[in-house]
Design a protein around this ligand. Structure first.
Ligand code: CO
Length: 224
């Protein structure tokens, strides 16, 4: 079907017509600015689109997606999105939403090679290593896979808390709140993993930054 992509354009004009029928002002209202209250960090998986599965409208969720909803501290794309969301849009909530059956996590759990992707999957493998005792203790492979997906989400919530400019926001107020959610492909339901945080209190000491007043930006310590 070489022209199948055109279905998307047809779908777009149908969507515009439907949207205008319900709210003739819809595009006028959204055209000049956005005030999303949420940042969504999700998996690129085509089955887990942020706005559809939360019944949310355009304008309500700022979105970053990658394979297995990872927060990698050298990913300048993700960090730029998070920085803009937190510093400029002032989102109140950041949601890391993973999903059972995640292909990225499954690939990381195996010893198979995936070419270039192996570099990305390494970050997921590191999460296995951090939780090896628990995961190795689960005999049933599908249960171990499910738990690995959950632990990966929890780790990415913690990775966000380690980001210095997020800790800066917490110096000034209670937001953003960071949440870990999991989506089930089987029934379409999202479960809250109840790991929400809005402080660095739970982090190991090495990841806790001094408050700005105590520690103005400094040059890296010189090597003597
Ligand atoms: Co996935």
């Amino acid at each position: 079907m070489p022209n199948q992509y055109k279905d998307l354009l047809t779908g777009n004009s149908r969507w515009v017509n439907n949207t205008l029928r319900h709210n003739p002002e819809f595009f006028h209202q959204l055209a000049t600015e956005q005030h999303p209250k949420f940042l969504w960090i999700g998996c690129s998986d085509s089955r887990v689109p942020a706005t559809e599965i939360t019944n949310a409208l355009p304008g309500s969720i700022f979105v970053q997606r990658n394979i297995a909803n990872m927060v990698v501290h050298t990913d300048s794309n993700l960090l730029s999105v998070v920085n803009y969301a937190v510093k400029v849009l002032k989102v109140k909530h950041i949601i890391v939403c993973g999903h059972y059956g995640c292909g990225g996590v499954k690939a990381a759990m195996s010893n198979d090679k995936f070419g270039f992707l192996d570099n990305w999957l390494m970050h997921i493998k590191d999460v296995y290593k951090m939780n090896q005792a628990e995961l190795d203790g689960i005999a049933d492979e599908s249960k171990r896979f499910d738990r690995y997906v959950e632990l990966n989400i929890i780790e990415q919530v913690s990775n966000l808390a380690k980001v210095s400019f997020i800790q800066e926001e917490w110096e000034e107020g209670e937001f953003p709140h960071i949440h870990g959610w999991i989506y089930s492909l089987e029934d379409g339901l999202i479960n809250d993993l109840n790991v929400s945080i809005n402080s660095n209190a739970g982090l190991e000491n090495i990841y806790k930054y001094k408050k700005n007043l105590e520690s103005p930006l400094q040059d890296l310590p010189a090597d003597k």
